[in-house]
Design a protein around this ligand. Structure first.
Ligand SMILES: Cc1ncc(COP(=O)(O)O)c(C=O)c1O
Length: 398
């Protein structure tokens, strides 16, 4: 009889876990499902990535183990892009690390700094790899609720001093998933200052830095003075280039911090496939041009989605960045019930706020992964669903 670890048992449910099976059942029944669940844009990857990949697949040398070193060309293209985009240099050989998507790097980073019982500070609602990485590494997650009245910012000065003293890592993600909130330079300054004071590693997740609207520009954590001492920043090619399934991202930071993550990963994986690094390098070299249409399309979808949801009776802010709408629900409507019924009765996949942790209750998330017409159709169906649930709640409370 195999028994499982306490760590496995401590993992919360993953928000996307049961959706694929329900969705398949509905599709088999002929339901017109609109999937606004995962942050997986419907656009194809850039031609330059596909063309480079086709040649790379035929190149025998690129079929070999990449190890953590990976493809120097990818390291150079990524650090060149960081320099063009943010204006500072990282040594491609020692201050960056290719990742099999940024998710694994974020989760694995905890292993480099936390001993069992040390604290990892995680936002809630938040990307589940943070809490998962913390628990699997034996760290104790300290949850910080993100609240609308605090612009969904993870404020370390609200964390008790005794917790800060035991904390080894904090996960900070702006533009944010799932709330789509953004960070101001002042916020980043006070966050870096507290991390420096307490020796807390700042894992800055910048997966959505390209997806910004209304002229907003998402900063790097390294624009904040002193950040190099305490921060590792994570970038992803998934969202900017619609390459989610390719699994390619990277981290930048000081030689010591990147070296520690490299050492952890060398016992776990052998890096992204070199052919994908080759294709990723080609995309990064043309990043500025390639993201223009992606950004414009998501902005169009944001406008259409916000308008349609408001018309359908929902309260939703219009975000400056990322690819999500974080939509408020009336108090009497639990988000898990709403999301389940929306899928089963309205054929619309949304993620319940509670799937991002209890502090996400009161909201649901939609991903702007389909065009304006489909978003409008989905919003209409969700509005009808909400109305039915409200009437039901009134009927039960009467
Ligand atoms: C906040 C955040 N960070 C990281 C990732 C992971 O991206 P990747 O595909 O690079 O692993 C996601 C994916 O949804 C995300 O939402």
């Amino acid at each position: 009889m195999i028994t499982f670890s306490d760590r496995l048992g401590a993992l919360p449910g993953y928000p996307l876990a049961e959706i694929p099976a329900i969705k398949r059942r509905l599709l088999e029944r002929g339901v017109d499902v609109i999937d606004l669940g995962a942050g997986d844009n419907d656009a194809p990857p850039p031609d330059v990535a596909i063309e480079t990949m086709i040649t790379a697949v035929r190149t025998t040398a690129l079929s070999k183990y990449g190890f953590q070193q990976g493809l120097p060309e990818f390291r150079q293209a990524a650090t060149r892009w960081v320099e063009r985009r943010f204006g500072f240099r990282f040594d491609p050989a020692t201050e960056m690390l290719p990742l099999i998507g940024s998710k694994e790097g974020l989760a694995h980073l905890v292993f480099a700094v936390a001993n069992p019982g040390d604290v990892a500070i995680v936002p809630e609602p938040g990307y589940q790899a943070y809490i998962g990485g913390a628990i699997l590494a034996g760290a104790e997650p300290h949850i910080v609720p993100l609240k609308r009245e605090q612009q969904f910012l993870l404020e370390l000065d609200r964390v008790p001093e005794s917790v800060l003293q035991r904390a080894k890592i904090v996960f900070v993600n702006y533009p944010n998933n799932p709330t789509a909130a953004v960070a101001t330079p002042e916020y980043l300054e006070r966050t870096v200052a507290i991390c420096r004071r307490h020796g807390i590693l700042l894992a800055y997740d910048n997966a959505y830095c390209d997806l910004t609207f209304d002229g907003y520009r998402a900063p790097s954590i390294f624009e904040t003075p002193g950040a190099r001492e305490v921060a590792v920043e994570f970038f992803s090619l998934s969202k900017s280039f619609s390459m989610t399934g390719w699994r390619i991202g990277f981290a930048v930071g000081s030689k010591e911090l990147i070296g520690a993550l490299t050492r952890v990963k060398s016992y776990i994986d052998t890096g992204p496939w070199l052919a994908i690094q080759k294709a990723g390098a080609a995309a990064l070299d043309q990043q500025e041009a390639l993201v223009v249409p992606v950004r414009a399309e998501i902005e169009r979808r944001r406008d259409a989605g916000v308008e349609a949801l408001r018309k359908a009776g929902f309260a939703v802010d219009s975000p400056k960045a990322a690819m999500y709408l974080w939509v408020a629900l009336p108090e009497e409507v639990p988000s898990a019930v709403f999301a389940r019924r929306s899928l089963e009765e309205a054929g619309v996949v949304v993620l319940p706020g509670s799937g991002f942790g209890p502090a996400g209750e009161g909201y649901f998330r939609i991903a702007l992964t389909v065009g304006p017409a489909r978003l409008a159709e989905a919003a209409g169906r969700l509005g009808e669903m909400l109305e039915r649930m409200r009437r039901g709640a009134l009927a039960t409370s009467a």
